[in-house]
Design a binder for this molecule. Structure first.
Ligand SMILES: Nc1nc2c(ncn2[C@@H]2O[C@H](COP(=O)(O)OP(=O)(O)OP(=O)(O)O)[C@@H](O)[C@H]2O)c(=O)[nH]1
Ligand SMILES: [Mg+2]
Length: 676
């Protein structure tokens, strides 16, 4: 058991900011693992990942890319995650089954903050993570400056493992601070061992001392050696590095250029020695070692011609094709590599597989042969939506097809939800941003052949009244045979904001028989669904004060009609006024952007309520404001463009407020009574 590696496959997720080079790194990892004879590229569309039409047309990752390889007899499973903030859900879900993450970032200083959300998520989820600073072939920035900028966004100390060797401005190799060896990069191959250039010895020693000091913070024996100026054994340093990564005490940092395979061999070696095994990951997630076979599903994919696939990690035991898990049969056990699939007879602990046609299984489910309920593994919450489209079919005959397709797409992507809004009679597709929803929209066409249209979501305005009124409504019809007769006197008065609707019956002496009174209330409510301005009416009280009936002709329907008549006569005289929904919005941004947020809030008719440090986020603020819902539809777009894509917000309905003047006129003209 003292061996640094075992034969169980380990799983690493590639995460990090948008376009930092994760899919390129996957390609390079597979190349170094010998899993691809020719290395592909995202540039010409020949990579293992990003093969879908939606990924190719956008030149970005839109899905999880799974792949596998072996390096020095160790089995690896890779999950390359899309970097866009709008596609974070996939990353979060994939991380819940990974043994570790490689955070891929660019060697940037001004935009270093783009790494913050990923690091914060990894820290909160407790996933061990290594930082790979990519694109070292294309930078003049000094590594120590890049590191200082990145450190501001990590709670864990960044522990630099290599220093770059430069020829002029070009990075041509690196010095490994643990093995104390220098290497020269070689395109497509492992680097050559070279002597450390003399000019670098000072910097190398300094960086090595810094690394050891960071490790000594967690190892008293090492600290003593450093104080006594004894050189620690390499094996001791390696052991510390492995323990500190697994224990989420440090974030080791390596350098490279995935495009040229630079530093990738070294990265794999680091992973080989330091990434925890699946048993340790299971333990980290609260799962004991013994017991029956167990897998957790982290993603559902509906693949044309294949059907539903449940992507899962086996945490324990061995699972066979055809076996029953949670009462559902595994019909097809597959290994995925990009868009390719390979059939397997069985899969053991550590493996990353796809179970075929388990219709009742959802992402997050923990599967076992006995189906025992286990919630120890944990599962991230679905992200709350920040953007929506109202969606419709161009051809009404596609309506059933549309709801079937959306159901599948929402199952595949938990950050995507569909809701029918009764007030506005719209079907809303909600998600993480314009691009997230556009991808879904494109898929409706490319996968399901559905042409849909999209609109802005309508704001659910309401209306109320400012003055009371009394009214008499009579419905009388004589059309041969049975007639119809209902007669009511009502009083209408405004209620305070937020009180909704109240109905009171003050009939005495049987002027209207009891059985007709609910019909009067129904008639009033019917009317209130669309007031004089064209919107649902709220905050009114209606009192039935008097009336009369006919022993033969009166009916529930007649009283309902009489009530409607009384309401439609009275309400326009009650000074109807439009009510606009106001939300409480909490906007989170790095504090350097707080003043920009204040300006955005004011320009959108918002009222600032205050700002504070964002709980648990170093260097971030949370601004709270009341903002009209009408101003929130594209808030995320403006917010992201003002904050390097980092700003986010949550919102919840707070209250309704009167809307008057030009804006109210415009709403009534375009959406209300005048428009219908
Ligand atoms: N110069 C240079 N360019 C690179 C390197 N690695 C990746 N790139 C380029 O960076 C761009 C993005 O690469 P991807 O691999 O698609 O990045 P990604 O992180 O997977 O992107 P998303 O999944 O969309 O977040 C491409 O144009 C790559 O060619 C590198 O090491 N050096
Ligand atoms: Mg990618």
């Amino acid at each position: 058991m003292s061996e640094a590696h075992t034969s169980t496959p380990r799983c690493v997720a590639l995460v990090g900011p948008y376009l930092s080079g994760k899919t390129t790194l996957l390609e390079s990892l597979l190349h170094v693992c010998g899993a691809r004879s020719r290395k592909g590229s995202v540039g010409d569309g020949s990579s293992v990942g990003d093969t879908s039409a939606e990924a190719k047309s956008r030149k970005m990752g839109v899905d999880l890319n799974l792949a596998h390889g072996s390096f020095m007899d160790d089995e690896w499973r890779f999950i390359d995650c899309p970097g866009s903030v709008e596609l974070r859900q996939d990353m979060m879900d994939a991380l819940s089954v990974a043994d570790a993450a490689v955070v891929v970032c660019e060697p940037e200083i001004e935009r270093a903050a783009v790494i913050a959300p990923v690091l914060k998520y990894l820290e909160d989820a407790g996933v061990p993570h290594v930082l790979f600073i990519n694109k070292m072939d294309d930078t003049e920035n000094r590594v120590r400056d890049v590191l200082a900028a990145l450190q501001a966004h990590s709670s864990l100390p960044l522990v630099l493992r290599q220093v770059p060797i430069r020829d002029g401005e070009d990075v041509t190799g690196y010095y490994d601070l643990v093995s104390e060896r220098a290497y020269h990069y070689k395109e497509g191959e492992a680097s050559d061992l070279i002597p450390l250039p003399e000019s670098m010895t000072g910097r190398a020693e300094e960086a090595r001392a810094e690394m050891l000091e960071s490790l000594a913070d967690f190892d008293d024996a090492l600290l003593e050696k450093l104080i006594e100026e004894t050189r620690p054994d390499k094996s001791e340093v390696y052991a510390d590095l492995a323990a500190d990564l697994s224990g989420n005490l440090i974030m080791p940092v390596v350098l490279g250029a995935a495009l040229h395979d630079n530093g990738v061999h070294r990265l794999l070696k680091l992973l080989r020695h330091e990434v925890p095994e699946v048993a340790a990951t299971a333990e980290r997630k609260g799962l004991g070692g013994g017991g029956e076979a167990l897998a957790q599903v982290f993603k559902t994919a509906h693949v044309p011609h294949v059907g539903k696939l449940s992507l899962a990690r086996v945490f324990r035991g061995r699972i066979k094709d055809g076996e029953t898990l949670n009462g559902c049969r595994v019909s097809g056990l597959l290994r995925l590599r990009g868009a390719e699939t390979t059939k397997l007879a069985d899969a053991g602990a550590g493996d990353l597989v796809a179970f075929g046609r388990m219709e009742d299984v959802r992402a997050g489910d923990v599967l076992t042969p006995s189906g025992a309920k286990l919630d120890v593994l944990g599962w991230p919450d679905a992200l709350a939506p920040v953007y929506a489209f109202a969606i419709n079919t161009q051809d009404r005959n596609d309506d059933v097809k549309l709801s079937g397709a959306l159901q599948k797409m929402c199952e595949e992507d938990r950050a995507l939800t569909v809701a029918h809004v009764a007030d506005t009679r719209q079907m809303l597709l909600r998600g993480q941003g314009e691009m997230h929803l556009s991808i879904a929209f494109d898929r409706l066409a490319s996968r399901y052949g559905i042409k849909a249209t999209r609109d802005r979501p309508a704001v659910p305005y309401k209306e109320t009244i400012r003055k009371p009124a009394v009214e008499h409504g009579r419905f009388k019809r004589q059309t041969g045979g049975h007639g119809q007769f209902g007669d009511v006197h009502i009083e209408i008065r405004p209620l305070p904001r937020g009180k909704g609707f109240a109905f009171e019956d003050k009939i005495f002496g049987g002027h209207i028989p009891r059985q007709y009174i609910p019909a009067v209330e129904d008639g009033v409510k019917d009317y209130l669904a669309r007031g004089p301005l064209g919107f649902p009416v709220v905050d009114v009280a209606v009192t039935l004060t008097n009336g009369s009936y006919h022993s033969v002709d009166s009916s529930e329907a007649a009283f309902k009609q009489a009530a409607r008549i009384a309401m439609s006569e009275a309400m326009p005289k009650c000074e109807p006024v439009l009510l606009e929904p106001i939300a409480e919005v909490r906007i989170s941004v790095p504090s350097e952007f707080t003043s920009k947020v204040n300006a955005i809030v004011s320009s959108r008719r918002g009222q600032l309520l205050g700002f504070d440090a964002r709980p648990g986020w170093k260097g971030w603020d949370e601004v709270t404001a009341h903002m009209p819902e009408a101003e929130l539809a594209d808030l995320i777009i403006e917010l992201r463009s003002a904050t390097l894509g980092l700003g986010t917000f949550t919102t919840r309905f707070d209250h309704l407020t009167e809307l008057m003047g030009r804006e109210a006129e415009r709403v009534v003209q375009t959406r209300g009574a005048a428009a219908q």
